[in-house]
Design a protein around this ligand. Structure first.
Ligand code: HEC
Length: 255
């Protein structure tokens, strides 16, 4: 019985320590690795960091990037009350309609609306960004190899062009971007936002918080999924121990 228990304990330990190794970096430069609270099987979001990250998104990134898969009411998931969300949504204008006269009209966004897109269409977005399209960020953490570490590295990867680099007009050098030239200027710097909770808004802190926020937009139900996984594993371990006991009892007379 003891050796069987040991096997179960080993299995459990193995399951807890495995990490998804599938997220390999796409550029040659090794990504800046962070210890994210939402990684691992007990992963949880840090709500204070998500709220700071939302502030960075809405004051900086939202000028060029949408998060079209997220509704205003989803913000309840990062700790805002319905009343606070109504105030946040009311700052945005949405085109709705047609009304009884057949005309489109604008109105304040409601909780049930998806986040308002920064540009009317892709052509206008490209015209404003040197021909490049700022991708929607709601799923970007899932869409890029390296996930959160890649986004964090990208935000910290701006450098001057190396000598002899054939730089194209209006592009910026980023050592983590495939091909090294990116059309997005470095979007953050120290103190570009002021955090309501008094956290010092350093470049690194801003990069970390906005990356956490984007990890949340990519999978708002992560905590539910992980806690269900943990419960399932414990249930299976318990069941295994009970079945081992039953097996021993049934086969006892043959030993
Ligand atoms: C002035 C407009 C602008 C702002 C502000 C901006 N971006 Fe971008 N972003 C772009 C453009 C344009 C691209 C496309 C780059 C390209 O194709 O070379 C881009 C691309 C990206 C990408 C995709 C990189 C990839 O691997 O394809 C990420 C991630 C990103 N931005 C994150 C952010 C974050 C986070 C913020 C806010 C802190 C932000 N951006 C603010 C214009 C902007």
């Amino acid at each position: 019985m003891l050796s069987s228990l040991r096997k179960v304990a080993f299995l459990l330990l193995f399951l807890i320590t495995i990490d998804s190794g599938a997220n390999a970096a796409s550029s040659n430069v090794e990504l800046i690795k962070q210890n994210w609270p939402f990684n691992g099987i007990f992963g949880r979001f840090d709500k204070a960091s998500l709220q700071r990250g939302f502030k960075v998104y809405s004051e900086v990134c939202a000028a060029c990037h949408g998060i079209r898969h997220i509704s205003y009411r989803d913000l309840e998931g990062i700790g805002y009350s319905p009343d606070e969300i109504k105030v946040i949504a009311a700052e945005y204008e949405i085109t709705d309609g047609p009304n009884d006269e057949g005309d489109m009209f604008t109105r304040e966004a409601k909780m049930s609306d998806k986040f308002v897109e920064p540009y009317e269409n892709e052509t206008i977005a490209r015209l404003s960004n040197n021909g490049s399209y700022p991708p929607d960020l709601s799923l970007i953490v899932k869409a890029r190899a390296g996930g959160a570490d890649y986004i964090y590295s990208l935000l910290n990867g701006y450098k001057d062009f190396p000598e002899n680099f054939e730089a194209s007009e209006g592009m910026y050098y980023n050592e983590f971007y495939p091909g090294y030239q990116i059309a997005m200027p470095s979007p953050i710097m120290d103190e570009i936002v002021e955090f309501d909770d008094g956290t010092e808004a350093t470049h690194l802190q801003i990069a970390r918080d906005v990356t956490s926020f984007l990890a949340w937009t990519a999978e708002p139900e992560l905590e539910v999924r992980k806690s269900l996984g943990v419960k399932t594993i414990f249930f299976l371990v318990l069941l295994t121990i009970m079945l081992l006991g039953v097996k021993r009892k049934v086969w006892k007379h043959l030993e």
